[in-house]
Design a protein around this ligand. Structure first.
Ligand code: PMP
Ligand code: GLN
Length: 382
């Protein structure tokens, strides 16, 4: 008889919905990944590095050339200098980075505050560390932080707060003012922060991403995490990084060296080359994805779904109350996949206690124009 360490965990909704889409032949707007490839020269670089013998372990902390490129990009994007040797660690994916950061600082009985709807990996990682997640709801209308609720959730056991901006699944952005409020709230407390910024370059309408890297006070207690999967359209490469002050980085690396030791070597070489050759790539991403968001939203305008355009990420939330108010969102997503050929993600799965009556599903618009047109045509006749 196995005593499960994660008794309440099943197969993730992303796997379930992608499988259902494959079985039914539906257009898959569920799990977040592009249906187009990353840049050709980036992909070519991987082959080149494999052919030229870059196939053994990289340094545990990540390839120095890649860490330097990350530091250079941070300086360009956010105007801050981080030490590539002591503050930047390359990991096999942001998920692994989140896991290691939580294991590094959470002890048995510690509490971790997360904001619902929240990404699915934070809670299991906390439980495996012996900690407990305290779930605080974001404001239901705009998915901003409810600071009264956050203040009420703080306890002497609170050891960490996890924020995510741009936010999956809502696309909401945390403002500088909100970061200042957060800093004031935890100023005199021994609380660490994870800032999950994997969608840092996917921000729209001219509003810049506000990184915790550029918030001097919060950064002192933060693990800031990003993913090359999102930035270079290569989610399957599972390569990301953590930026944290030296003392936190040292603790993170103690865990990382036993979870995976290092990331995949030829991918790191290829990313370092590409970042050096194409610093403009990240600057073009907001326009690239905003065009997709706008095309998709324009195409959905005549539908019976209602929505506010996402401010960031490559996800669009839509409300289906006008269509099937009788269905909860899991049933709606399943029905839509089977009967109307478009797979989505129900938003309730991102909550510990989903709000009653919420009728929201998430659609991924990181797709080619033809995919978005085909999906929208189906969605407009529901
Ligand atoms: N955080 C959030 C909010 C995400 O949406 C994702 C996407 N999977 C991740 C972390 C994990 O990124 P990665 O695929 O690099 O592990
Ligand atoms: N981040 C992706 C999403 O939100 C899913 C990643 C995964 O399947 N674990 O869709």
């Amino acid at each position: 008889m196995i005593t499960s360490k994660l008794p309440n965990v099943g197969i993730t909704i992303f796997t379930q919905m992608s499988q259902l889409a494959a079985q039914t032949g539906a257009i898959n707007l569920s799990q977040g990944f592009p249906d187009f490839d990353g840049p050709q020269s980036l992909r070519d670089a991987v082959g080149r590095h494999i052919a030229s013998g870059h196939n053994q372990y990289s340094p545990m902390t990540g390839l120095p050339a890649l860490r330097q490129q990350i530091a250079a990009k941070i300086a360009r994007s956010y105007g801050v200098n981080v030490d590539a040797d002591h503050e930047v660690t390359v990991t096999p994916g942001a998920t692994q980075a989140i896991f290691c950061a939580i294991q590094a600082v959470i002890h048995s009985g510690d509490e971790v505050i997360v904001f619902d709807p929240c990404y699915d990996s934070y809670a299991p990682a906390t439980e495996l560390a012996g900690g407990r997640c305290v779930h605080v709801h974001l404001n239901p209308d705009d998915f901003s932080i409810d600071f009264d609720q956050l203040a009420a959730a703080l306890s002497p056991r609170t050891k960490m707060i996890v924020i995510n901006t741009p936010h999956n699944p809502s696309g909401a952005l945390i403002s500088r003012d909100e970061l200042d409020q957060l800093a004031a709230l935890i100023r005199d407390r021994d609380i660490y922060l994870i800032s999950d910024e994997v969608y840092e370059h996917l921000v729209f309408d001219g509003v810049p991403h506000v990184s915790v890297l550029a918030h001097e006070e919060l950064y002192q207690r933060a693990f800031v995490i990003s993913s090359f999967g999102k930035t270079y359209h290569v989610t399957g490469w599972k390569t990301g990084y953590v930026v944290a002050p030296p003392a936190l980085t040292a603790e993170l690396r103690k865990v990382h060296q036993y979870v995976s030791f290092c990331g995949v070597t030829p991918l790191q070489y290829a990313l370092a080359d590409y970042m050096a050759e194409h610093p403009e790539h990240v600057e073009q991403l907001p326009g690239f994805y905003q065009a997709k968001r706008d095309l998709f939203c324009d195409l959905l305008a005549p539908s019976r779904f209602s929505f506010t355009r996402a401010s960031g990420t490559y996800f669009q939330l839509v409300d289906y109350s006008q269509i099937r108010p009788d269905l909860n969102d899991v049933d709606m997503a399943t029905w839509m996949t089977r009967e109307h050929g478009v797979a989505s993600i129900p938003v309730s799965v991102f909550y510990q206690n989903p709000p009653q009556g919420q009728r929201l599903i998430r659609l991924c618009f990181a797709k080619r124009e033809e995919t978005l047109r085909e999906a929208a045509a189906k969605l407009c006749v529901i």
